[in-house]
Design a protein around this ligand. Structure first.
Ligand SMILES: [Zn+2]
Ligand SMILES: [Zn+2]
Length: 751
């Protein structure tokens, strides 16, 4: 007798197990028609999932009718279902394609496949694939789940000779799966209700019983086969042979009820990938697609992609000479060229000023530390796979060689942490802990706030790195706060205030925070549950006070404490996860930290780790795309360029240059013999905020003719002294264009 609780708090009771679809139908015909899936006790599920015990249920519709937006759950269902449709379409066009793995993404989905060498997949296949997909969608074939016991499932997979699916199944069972599930796209050919009264329908594909598969009664609802959208009436025997094609895929699900529910889709692009992301393994073809609830959403997405392409920081980084990646230095290691370094330096200065205001102390610590240190912190061996191997001293290697240590022994010893080398640090925390611990503390000294632009190194698979957003060495805007239990709440608020100031200055006004909390009943967390409750409440309160949207995510906490993540939306509408603020009860214990409390007794401090922008690499990568390379005046690598109309004005040009240099501006002079139009074009391509064109008349009047980036025309001339004072104010306040506000009342547009 399941009692089903709906999101509005109302409860429905049923005398027997009921499908989510049936509950939707009981609520109303409109909802039954709009629903594409269900969330049962927080678990995203097929709409026809049978609910057998008391549960919380919310129904997922493709989109919100008022806003036209879709929830992440709805998009997940649409995209994952569309991945099946695309895979089926491709298999129709290219027989012999073997499917590997096809997950949904934040922006769409992909499917990795092994394509026959003699018939590669090409971009000019897209139109045919899309036509085939449209056909499958028009057929409105249901997605039907069926399960098999692991043993039978493996037998079936071995018969099908797809090693990739077999591997997926092996990994699922290794992770604890008790059965294997498939999804059929299509109406079963023949249905026979089991005669022995057990819980299964047997569905036979054709007349060959060896192709049989079973649909659990879960897909039955009120005596009807709920998955059918064609008025299918299951009796003891129903023959549908030849009705529609059937296609199936090993899959955990869930899916939308039928292909017709996929609103709009597009095959986007091809890439090559490797099985398990391992470049020594099979080479695969990755096909990317997009799927949305309707065409309007898809078009919006395609426009965004177009805009994003123009803003790609890897392209702009090269064009604006912001950074360089050199194969001989190493993949994922960013070389900050002078232009990019100017941006980073401005950000560092800005953040440092705010840190001082908030009572932080800046420190400097080395990029390496003894392995011992990271054994204490637990970074070794727990995060060993994302670290560079330890650096070993010469003498030690020679000693090992003398002892007859082979390369294999050495490798094993390194893995086991038996050789005391140095690690390129994966985190700054241990160094800061050692600074805190270098002197005794009383409760009166707390909080101690230690900040460092600390460089760390992490090992990333080479397939995963590119540009500034996935790198192997990066500098965090890191800080560690050591405080008392009572101070945690106030310190969290301070951390978030700092982020707010910086986002505001950068014009990133659209951001949200995620509060990561622990699972209610998990045992993997360290520390006293009472302290956890307090810290979680402090995170919630701090997020609430920030006044931006926030969500609470159960089970997203680190094992050592709750955290707050920042997700910023750029002008194009893409979301970027930046850094975090984390409360930590673990490291202070591991490092045996203490302070003397008011009771004269030693106490363990609480630590807060915070790197709200993550790393400068990632943050500047995001900023390049956010500004489309057109940085505001204070942040621009080159703030002003003086352009002389002819060599008659070169002397005055030099004078203007000197005056602006005196102001501290990053300014250059173009007194080349090029025509002025050509000089303007070159400077505009570099997205310099202000171009000052100077000719003989400007020299005579001690004026400059201003062109601002984003305004195509010449704005006219103003006195040099006025330009300097306005620019000075703009740079000091890190505001918008003061020059424009003071003199021209026109607002430059970016891009
Ligand atoms: Zn699937
Ligand atoms: Zn830390």
């Amino acid at each position: 007798m399941p009692r089903i609780k709906l999101p509005d708090g109302s409860v429905r009771e049923y005398p027997q197990p009921v499908s989510a679809a049936q509950v939707a139908a009981d609520i109303g015909a409109g909802l039954a028609k709009a629903a594409i899936g269900a969330k049962i006790n927080g678990q995203l599920s097929d709409l026809n999932t049978l609910i057998e015990k008391d549960s919380d249920l919310s129904l997922i519709t493709a989109m919100d009718r008022k806003t036209g937006d879709s929830s992440p759950d709805a998009l997940y269902l649409l995209r994952h279902s569309c991945a099946h449709v695309m895979a089926e379409a491709i298999q129709r066009i290219i027989p012999g394609v073997q499917l590997v793995y096809g997950p949904p993404l934040d922006t769409g989905f992909y499917y990795d496949m092994a394509v026959p060498a003699e018939r590669p997949l090409r971009a000019d296949d897209f139109a045919a694939i899309e036509a085939e997909m449209a056909k499958i969608i028009a057929e409105d074939r249901p997605f039907i789940r069926y399960e098999m016991p692991v043993k039978d499932g493996f037998k079936k997979l071995e018969g099908e000779r797809n090693k990739y699916k077999l591997d997926n199944a092996q990994r699922a069972t290794a992770a604890g799966a008790k059965s294997l599930s498939w999804y059929i796209t299509g109406v079963p050919n023949i249905l026979i209700r089991s005669t022995d009264g057990n819980r299964f329908l047997h569905v036979w594909n054709g007349s060959d019983s060896t192709n049989g598969f079973m649909v659990p009664e879960a897909s039955l609802s009120g005596g009807r086969l709920d998955v059918s959208t064609r008025g299918f009436e299951p009796g003891n025997f129903e023959d549908n042979s030849g009705a529609l094609p059937i296609w199936e895929d090993l899959c955990l699900g869930p899916h939308v009820p039928s292909t017709g529910r996929i609103g709009a889709f597009k095959v986007m692009s091809l890439a090559s990938s490797y099985w398990h992301g391992d470049e020594n393994s099979d080479r695969l073809t990755r096909v990317y697609g997009a799927a949305f609830a309707d065409k309007k959403q898809l078009d919006k997405h395609l426009n965004m992609m177009e805009e994003a392409k123009k803003r790609d920081h890897r392209v702009l980084g090269k064009q604006l000479r912001l950074f360089h990646i050199d194969e001989t230095v190493g993949q994922g290691l960013i070389l900050w060229t002078p232009n990019g370094a100017a941006v980073r330096q401005e950000l560092m200065t800005f953040i440092s000023e705010e840190l001082r205001r908030q009572g932080y102390h800046q420190v400097f610590t080395p990029n390496i530390g003894k392995l011992e240190l990271y054994k204490t912190s637990g970074h070794f061996p727990y995060y060993q796979d994302s670290q560079y191997p330890p650096i070993i001293e010469h003498e030690q290697i020679e000693m090992l060689a003398k002892e007859g240590c082979s390369c294999g022994d050495l490798s094993n010893k390194l893995r086991a942490g038996e050789i005391n080398g140095y690690l390129l640090r994966p985190m700054n925390c241990p160094h800061h802990i050692k600074i805190f611990d270098s002197s005794p503390h009383s409760y009166r000294d707390l909080p101690v706030r230690l900040a460092e632009f600390g460089t760390v190194y992490r090992w990333e698979q080479s397939g995963e790195i590119g540009g500034m957003t996935r790198v192997r060495g990066f500098t965090q805007d890191d800080a560690h706060l050591f405080c008392t239990e009572e101070q945690v709440a106030g310190e969290l608020v301070g951390c978030l205030e700092l982020v707010k100031i910086i986002f505001k200055t950068l014009g990133m006004n659209d951001y949200r925070v995620r509060v990561g909390l622990r699972d209610a009943d998990s045992k993997k967390y360290v520390g006293d549950p009472k302290n956890w409750d307090k810290a979680e409440q402090a995170c919630r309160d701090a997020a609430k006070r920030l006044g931006v949207p926030f969500s609470e995510e159960q089970g997203e906490a680190a094992f050592y404490g709750p955290k707050i993540d920042f997700v910023v939306k750029d002008v194009v509408g893409r979301e970027w996860q930046l850094g975090t603020v984390q409360v930590d009860y673990n490291l202070p214990v591991r490092f045996n930290l203490s302070y003397i409390g008011a009771d004269n007794q030693p106490h363990v401090p609480v630590m807060i780790h915070r790197a709200p922008f993550g790393s400068f690499e990632r943050f500047v990568g995001v900023l390049i795309e956010h500004f489309a390379g057109a940085f505001p005046g204070w942040l621009a690598p080159e703030q002003v360029r003086v352009l002389t109309i002819s060599d008659k004005s070169n002397d005055y040009g030099k004078e203007v240059l000197a005056a602006l240099k005196k102001l501290g501006a990053r300014v250059t002079l173009d007194d080349s013999n090029e025509r002025i139009q050509a000089k303007v074009k070159v400077a505009t391509d570099m997205k310099i905020p202000y171009l000052l064109v100077v000719g003989p008349r400007d020299a005579e009047q001690r004026a400059v003719s201003v062109r601002a980036f984003g305004i195509a025309k010449d704005l006219g001339s103003i006195a040099l002294a006025d330009f300097i004072s306005s620019l000075g104010r703009e740079l000091a306040t890190r505001g918008g264009s003061t020059v424009m506000k003071d003199h021209f009342s026109q607002v430059p547009v970016s891009t």
